[in-house]
Design a protein around this ligand. Structure first.
Ligand SMILES: C[S@@+](CC[C@H](N)C(=O)[O-])C[C@H]1O[C@@H](n2cnc3c(N)ncnc32)[C@H](O)[C@@H]1O
Length: 237
């Protein structure tokens, strides 16, 4: 699999700016707990060694859904609270009204003002405009890891947390002011598909703009048989 980037790419040029914005909007991001850091370190070493951790399987689903990620049928359950992996990709700062709907994009922060020097540094081809608002995006279209193949459900078994990793940490992890990690929301049983909701409660910001109704599925709609073949059960409404 070509998507082998363990962790997001946050260019040095924008690191300080992202850190400053996280501090300003600090209710969005939680400082990583010891358990998060331990889980993150373990997940990163699995991705570095194997790209796709050995207890997971990537399969084509049918129904125009592309690929999906499953817990292998010979694996132990994943317990609630376990870190699955960080959602990796490339972080950029873009004008908020520039359309960039890749389907693999998280908007991490929005409503950001850049001063003249910052705009000159980040968008030298555009004239300075003091009122222009920017967003910080994380996109896994071109680079990412297996988490980019995790599909959407309104009955997910995963949840996304926004965490920050301090420079001093027991696992020697590179510091990150903001990062998305996927965590098990409940026990995930062998053979089940890993699913996450792309939208927070009440929002319609992922599927709405494209006017698409997502295919309704739960972790058991597609499962892996004991011999690792995808089997389709019933969907949900
Ligand atoms: C982050 S990708 C997930 C991986 C994708 N299946 C693939 O093979 O690249 C998001 C895209 O997957 C598809 N997708 C994910 N969940 C879906 C769902 N419940 N219904 C329909 N399409 C879905 C949509 O095309 C969506 O834009």
């Amino acid at each position: 699999m070509k998507f082998s980037l363990p962790r997001q790419i946050l260019d040095k040029k924008i690191f300080a700016l992202v850190s400053k914005e996280v501090e300003k909007q600090n209710e969005m991001v939680i400082s990583a707990s010891k358990k998060n850091l331990k889980g993150l370190a373990a997940a990163l070493s699995k991705i570095t060694d194997h790209t796709l951790p050995k207890h997971l399987q990537l399969e084509k689903l049918g129904n125009n859904l592309g690929m999906g990620v499953f817990l292998r049928s010979d694996s132990c359950p994943i317990l609630k609270g376990e870190v699955i992996a960080p959602y990796s990709g490339i972080i950029t700062i873009v004008p908020s009204n520039d359309p960039n709907e890749t389907g693999y994009m998280f908007e991490l922060l929005s409503n950001i003002h850049l001063n003249r020097e910052e705009q000159l540094l980040l968008h030298p081809n555009r004239p300075f405009h003091p009122g222009r608002l920017y967003s910080i995006q994380l996109d896994a279209l071109k680079k990412g890891n297996f988490t980019r193949f995790i599909n959407h459900s309104s009955h997910p078994n995963l949840i996304a947390h926004l965490i920050s990793t301090p420079s001093k940490n027991p696992y020697n992890l590179e510091p990150m002011p903001i990062e998305v990690i996927y965590i098990a929301k409940k026990t995930i049983h062998p053979g089940e598909q890993l699913l996450i909701s792309y939208e927070n409660d009440g929002e319609n910001n992922y599927w709405g703009p494209a006017k698409i109704k997502p295919f309704p599925m739960t972790p058991k709609t597609f499962t892996l048989s004991p011999d690792f073949i995808v089997v389709k059960g019933s969907s949900v409404s």
